[in-house]
Design a protein around this ligand. Structure first.
Ligand code: NAP
Length: 520
């Protein structure tokens, strides 16, 4: 059993009651009363707070009463004596769980008082917690064993900041190796995934806030995100995992799209945002960490900025299957983990882009032959599009900030190149932005001077967030035909979905999901 717990962190009883009401309405399965946030704290005040929960709560949700030491993340620096009195009083008032810092529990006086209160209130349970707000614990297994040696009936809670997603694997391993009631997860943006898959790994509690403003720890998700976006109610121990590997990853629409697809088909699958910071080394380490742990049940990944070329390099060393065109493009945006632990690597961008161009312009691929095209950018998406258009016979000129990259790409695919400064002189029928310029949150930016946009031209912006970029708005003003990145994005997501599960996705649902996300 994993409880989805909402911390109640209010300064007074009235505000706490409002938060309790909101948490119950949002679907909390447990409440954590963070009494260290209460002003003028007293044992009576906490008893009143517990009584408020009991009367507001006909679902009889259990409560954890916490009065966190300021040195371990508490809000107000209350004396230790008072904090212990609050916790022992909470047990008497019917609080199901109390959470006390393991370090402070080592004091004989504190230990004696808490053990006495527990023996007098045998239904109450003790959570012994340790936090590291900076980094991983020196030895998390040792700490876990120490806590249980000191108090075998306690629920160990070990929470640390992940400075990289690769730091999370120690938490996953501990949960995998142990059973029973224990709470282990990581804080920070890189630790987000550990909060989402806590239920899969049977972590006793995962914490959520009612809304983004009321989060009590970095990286905490809202109940709505847990339930609607990350399929919380459907997660099981054998849920198969997928995810998008990116940096940054917060803007990615892929979790919403793929999870909507899985939910529609009632599949026991979950798609995660995977913030993999760093370069090839960190990317490789992440994939090795995943491949070493079959029990995590990862089935595949979407790969985007800045890892598409790293993904291909990894697939080559892994000796799995590489789609020939992906190898030629030099970039991979989809990895599927095979039963033998090897990877199959694909690039779904190329066909997705060509289909977006031909279907929007109502032309055939043959019509691309000899078409003068300007491609702006020389990264992963540019490579895919240059390879695809080159294959179709288009006459391509590549413009890029780093001219050497444009030159290299042009040499590989037998086309021309130029610096960005030459863009005002561009004379083409199809102009494609393959850079990230104009992408949310920098929606006021475009690399293309207005004077290079012409009526008899088609303008394709591969950026899909927002759907209508500044570049496309300006192209429309010049009455040029426009092709949005959304069409390409839907096409490539559909192709990935099919590679992941072997079944066709629902195009209308994917488009609707993306537009819903973008409108928010
Ligand atoms: P990438 O490999 O990192 O390449 C980024 C490109 O953008 C490079 O050419 C880079 O130039 C250029 N760039 C970045 N910042 C710049 C700046 N400040 N000024 C000028 N140029 C700049 O990225 P990618 O994977 O090709 O993705 C590029 C875009 O495609 C992203 O916006 C992404 O959202 C979009 N995309 C769309 C879809 C879709 O389905 N619609 C799919 C994937 C990606 P340098 O070489 O000089 O660094």
């Amino acid at each position: 059993m994993t409880y989805l717990a909402v911390p109640i962190a209010a300064q007074n009883l009235e505000r706490a009651r409002q938060q309790i009401k909101a948490a119950l309405a949002a679907g909390a399965e447990m409440l954590e009363l963070r009494t260290d946030y209460l002003e003028n704290l007293s044992v009576e005040l906490v008893k009143n707070l517990i009584a408020s929960v009991k009367s507001a709560n006909d679902r009889r949700l259990p409560v954890i009463v916490t009065c966190r030491d300021k040195q371990q993340g508490g809000a107000i620096g209350y004396r230790q004596q008072l904090r212990v009195d609050v916790l022992t009083g909470a047990l008497k008032a019917g609080g199901e769980f109390i959470d006390f810092e393991y370090d402070n529990f080592l004091s004989a006086e504190n230990q004696e008082k808490i053990k006495l209160a527990l023996s007098q209130n045998p239904k109450g349970r003790l959570i012994l917690s340790a936090h590291n707000f900076e980094t991983k614990f020196a030895d998390i297994d040792k700490l876990y064993r120490e806590i249980l040696d000191v108090c075998p009936a306690a629920i160990p809670k070990l929470v640390y900041t992940a400075n990289h997603i690769n730091d999370c694997f120690e938490a996953f391993d501990l949960l995998h190796r142990t059973s029973g009631e224990r709470i282990v997860f990581c804080m920070g943006a890189a630790g987000l995934v550990s909060r989402i898959i806590a239920k899969k790994l049977s972590c006793f509690v995962t914490f959520a806030s009612v809304d983004e403003k009321s989060a009590t720890a970095p990286g905490q998700l809202t109940i709505e995100q847990f339930k609607k976006l990350y399929r919380y109610d459907d997660i099981k121990a054998d849920t198969e995992l997928f995810g998008v590997i990116a940096d940054p990853v917060g803007h990615s629409l892929s979790p919403a799209i793929h999870n909507a697809g899985f939910a529609e088909k009632r599949m026991n699958k979950l798609y995660l945002p995977l913030l993999v910071e760093g370069r090839q080394r960190e990317f490789d380490l992440f994939l090795r960490n995943v491949l070493l742990r079959k029990w995590l049940n990862f089935g595949g990944f979407s790969v985007t900025i800045p890892h598409k070329q790293n993904a291909l390099a990894f697939a080559r060393t892994n000796q799995g299957f590489i789609e020939p065109l992906a190898g030629k493009i030099g970039a991979v945006n989809t990895l599927v983990i095979r039963a033998d632990g090897k990877l199959s690597a694909y690039n779904t961008d190329y066909a997705a882009a060509l289909d977006a161009i031909t279907s929007t312009l109502r032309i055939s691929r043959d019509d691309l032959n000899e078409l003068p095209v300007a491609v702006v950018g020389a990264g992963g998406v540019a490579r895919a599009i240059v390879a695809g258009l080159g294959d179709a016979g288009a006459k391509i000129k590549i413009y890029n900030r780093t001219v050497e990259r444009a030159e290299k790409l042009a040499a590989e695919f037998n086309c021309e190149f130029a610096p960005l400064d030459d863009l005002p002189n561009v004379e083409v029928k199809l102009l494609i932005n393959c850079t990230s310029i104009g992408m949310c949150p920098n929606v006021g930016q475009t690399l293309l001077p207005k004077e290079c946009l012409k009526k008899d031209m088609a303008v394709f912006d591969t950026v899909y967030n927002p759907a209508e970029t500044l570049l496309l708005k300006q192209a429309k003003q010049k009455r040029a035909k426009t092709i949005d990145g959304l069409s390409m994005f839907v096409n490539q997501a559909l192709a990935q979905f099919k590679l992941f599960i072997g079944q066709k996705g629902n195009t209308a649902l994917m488009r609707k999901t993306i537009l819903g996300c973008l409108s928010r």
